[in-house]
Structures are given as structure tokens and as C-alpha cells.
Design a protein around this ligand. Structure first.
Ligand code: PRP
Length: 187
């Protein structure tokens, strides 16, 4: 077996280059501005650790309206690649003045939909003015529960993608592009 390198060479295909990611994020930023620019509420990004961190960081710099951010940590449990649908919250957030707060959840990828179904329901129970979701990537073919994001960077096929926050075993998150991992790395 070859020694893992955790580098770009472990990808068999680039799905989105750095420039393509930048273009997607620019478009999403305009869509978000158009949605919230008339709102009198405070806009708070809710960043889901850890995968959404690079995306959220790039996105917030392109949004030309005042924005605050908080971080949450959620994880779903299951065996192997199969999610059990059970989602737990490891890091909560304080929402001061919820009735005057628009929450925008930032996610790197939607797969089964379990994480965001749980998180949106939980945040809505805190009675903010609104809760919306922005995801960089969406894999609709993997859905176990019905879920549609308000802002979607790109739909992708059911491929094992890494980079720009997405990991395999905590590696590859720092790659500047999104690539498809070679099967021999994870099988
Ligand atoms: C990933 C991703 C989403 C979730 C999507 O997080 O960031 O939060 O899985 O999957 P779902 O739609 O099937 O619920 P992960 O639990 O791998 O944690 P990470 O962000 O720290 O990588």
C-alpha cells in the first residue's frame, strides 16, 4: 500500500477549481444581499464547524451588507458511510434579541439532509425573525429526508469530494479546490 500524501495528487478529478469556487461564492453573495438588503434585522451567519469554515470565510468577505457570525458544531451518528439520522449539537450559540435577528446557516455540503433538518428545526425553536440555509454543495441523490436550501452553490453527483473544508478522516480540508478522491484512498 502506498503512503498517503493528503495532497492534490490524491484526487482523480477537479470538480471545482479555485476560480470556479470564487465565481460560485460571488454569485451566492449577490443572492444573499438581494434577499436581506431591505431587512431591518441583524443578519447572523451560523457557521457549521468544521467543514463550512473556508466557505463561510470567503463568503462573508463578499457580502456588502453588515453581517455577524456565530459557530455551531453538529454531528450525525451512524456506522460506516450510513447516517443513522441521529444528530447531536456539540456547540450551541447565544441569540440575543432573536425577534430582530435573521439567521443564515452556512454549510459546506448537504448529503442525507439530516444535519440541516435538525439544525433548522432547532434554530427555529429559538424564535428568530428568520432561518435560511446557504450551502456550497448539494448532493440531492443522497437525501434521506426532504430538504431544500435557500441558497445553493452547486448540485453535484454522488462522488466522494474533498477540499475547501471537505475532509476524509480530517485530511484534505485545506486544499484550495474541490476534487474527487481516488477510490484507493478510502476503500
Ligand atoms: C458534514 C457536512 C454537513 C453534514 C452533511 O459534516 O459538513 O454538516 O456532514 O451531511 P448530512 O446532510 O448527511 O447530514 P461532518 O459531520 O462530516 O462534520 P465536519 O463539518 O466537521 O466535516
Amino acid at each position: 500500500m502506498s503512503t498517503p500524501t493528503y495532497s492534490a495528487a490524491d484526487c482523480k478529478e477537479v470538480l471545482f477549481s479555485e476560480q470556479q469556487i470564487d465565481e460560485i461564492i460571488t454569485r451566492l453573495a449577490r443572492e444573499i444581499e438581494d434577499t436581506y438588503k431591505g431587512s431591518k434585522n441583524r443578519l447572523v451567519m451560523v457557521i457549521t464547524l468544521k467543514g463550512a469554515l473556508p466557505f463561510a470565510s470567503a463568503l462573508m468577505k463578499k457580502i456588502n451588507i453588515p453581517i455577524q457570525y456565530e459557530c455551531v458544531k453538529v454531528s450525525s451518528y451512524g456506522s460506516g458511510t450510513k447516517s443513522s439520522g441521529e444528530v447531536k449539537l456539540h456547540l450551541d450559540l447565544q441569540i440575543s434579541d432573536p425577534e430582530n435577528t435573521d439567521l443564515l446557516i452556512i454549510e459546506d455540503i448537504i448529503d442525507s439532509g439530516n444535519t440541516l433538518s435538525f439544525l433548522t428545526a432547532y434554530l427555529k425553536s429559538r424564535r428568530p425573525a428568520s432561518v435560511r440555509v446557504c450551502t456550497l454543495l448539494d448532493k440531492p441523490s443522497r437525501r434521506e429526508v426532504d430538504f431544500t436550501p435557500d441558497f445553493n452553490g452547486a448540485q453535484i453527483p454522488d462522488k466522494f469530494v474533498v477540499g475547501f473544508g471537505l475532509d476524509f478522516d480530517e485530511n484534505y480540508r485545506a486544499l484550495p479546490f474541490i476534487g474527487v478522491l481516488k477510490e484507493e484512498i478510502y476503500s
